[in-house]
Design a protein around this ligand. Structure first.
Ligand code: S3P
Length: 191
């Protein structure tokens, strides 16, 4: 039985785009944790943040991660903060190869800017500075949670997909069930 492929990384790194392509290549189903949250909440991620607050969003996200990680045959794209929670990361690692998709801050800003759909960036005076600050805090924690990192900066989606699939296959070949949870950096709880 093959492990899932889990994509973690910053918003705008292409997790959904690359995840869909990988799912097609592997004949896995594609799932997006933000979408599972939206279905459970009956509202958009942005509305959950605005009406119920970030803590409520994170609780729904953890629930979504648990549900997704308990199913096999999936490519799972996670929201950018999902793997910041040590329990979420351990849960995803138990049944999936975790690939950190990285892109340089300038490319993140070019892709998402201060998009209103990204609550952590909307209304921010200097999105570039905010992206750099968040990425500096999160980068080591993505690395600690991942089996491999793929840098998609400046690459076409085809090439990024090829690299992610290569990383997945290399880790999947060595996979044995059950994979023990690997300790991840606990962090300070800040997403
Ligand atoms: C978040 C990233 C978003 C979404 C929410 C919080 C984050 O997902 O889960 O806005 O904390 O980085 P994407 O990474 O798909 O944009």
């Amino acid at each position: 039985m093959s492990p899932n492929l889990v994509l973690i990384g910053f918003m705008g790194s292409g997790k959904s785009t690359i995840g869909r392509r990988c799912a097609a290549a592997l004949a896995f189903r594609f799932r997006d944790s933000d979408f599972v949250v939206e279905r459970a909440a009956g509202m958009s991620v942005r509305a959950v943040f605005a009406e119920r607050g970030e803590a409520a969003f994170r609780a729904l996200e953890s629930e979504a991660v648990r549900r997704l990680a308990s199913t096999l045959g999936l490519v799972i794209a996670t929201g950018g903060g999902a793997a910041m929670d040590a329990a979420n990361a351990a849960c995803l690692r138990r049944t999936g190869v975790v690939v950190h998709l990285r892109v340089a801050p300038a490319e993140v800003v070019a892709r998402v800017g201060s998009a209103r759909t990204r609550p952590l960036l909307s209304g921010v005076a200097d999105p570039r500075a905010r992206v750099e600050e968040l990425m500096a805090a999160r980068g080591p924690r993505y690395e600690a949670a991942a089996d491999a990192t793929v840098d998609g900066t400046g690459l076409l989606p085809e090439e990024t997909t090829r690299r992610v699939l290569a990383a997945y296959r290399a880790a999947a070949v060595a996979w044995t069930w059950p994979r023990e949870p690997v300790p991840v950096t606990a962090g300070d709880g800040t997403p």
